[in-house]
Design a protein around this ligand. Structure first.
Ligand code: FNR
Length: 183
């Protein structure tokens, strides 16, 4: 069944490794036939609860993307052993107004790459905590903690040979979770 996946990248950096990883994931064999749409979170204002009754166009666009998707793929950097503020800002925006969260019930996948040896493990754990509260069924296994190094991705932006089978299996497991919840 073709699935619609919203991709949320937890980094605004122009050459973000996580954005590159996200792009590479969408080119794996398991991605064939599915649609991946990248969310624009860099133009969101700082979340302010006073604006809940009059959300910015960029917030409405994010909510519409998530609402129209079967699942959400989070590909995040790790900042100071947690998720980047820009990602939390986006999550908070689309969770409001109270009772009108776009995230509720949407299956999620969590993955990331960092220059550090633990490969975003702590950021992912913090993100899982948030997603649990948002009632997002999240892929538990396999986990994927990636360290950025030469060869992880090929120069053409596809996943390198050493990680291709593993990441294809990871993506397949995530898409299976999404399909299960789509029913
Ligand atoms: C980092 N980095 C980092 N790496 C890591 O493995 N654990 C961490 O806690 C941190 N903390 C951290 C804080 C801040 C403010 C910055 C800017 C960076 C390094 C990080 O992995 C590296 O900058 C990556 O390139 C970030 O991902 P993108 O932006 O390339 O996707």
């Amino acid at each position: 069944m073709p699935l619609k996946i919203a991709v949320v990248v937890g980094s605004l950096r122009a050459d973000s490794f996580n954005r590159q990883l996200a792009g590479a994931l969408t080119r794996l064999p398991a991605a064939d036939g599915h649609t991946f749409t990248f969310a624009e979170i860099g133009t969101l204002p700082l979340y302010d609860q006073d604006d809940d009754g009059d959300q910015a166009a960029s917030v409405k666009a994010l909510k519409a993307l998530v609402a129209g998707s079967d699942g959400v793929l989070f590909v995040t950097a790790e900042y100071n052993r947690s998720i980047p503020g820009v990602l939390k800002n986006a999550i908070d925006h689309a969770s409001r107004p109270y009772g009108q969260s776009a995230w509720a019930g949407k299956p999620a996948g969590v993955i990331g790459v960092s220059v550090g040896a633990i490969g975003t493990a702590l950021a992912q754990q913090h993100l899982r905590n948030v997603l649990a509260y948002l009632d997002m069924p999240t892929l538990g296994a396999p986990e994927a903690f990636l360290q950025w190094k030469e060869g992880l991705l090929n120069p053409d932006g596809t996943v390198g040979e050493a990680s291709a089978a593993f990441l294809d299996g990871w993506l397949e497991a995530f898409l299976k979770l999404v399909e299960t919840h789509k029913g």
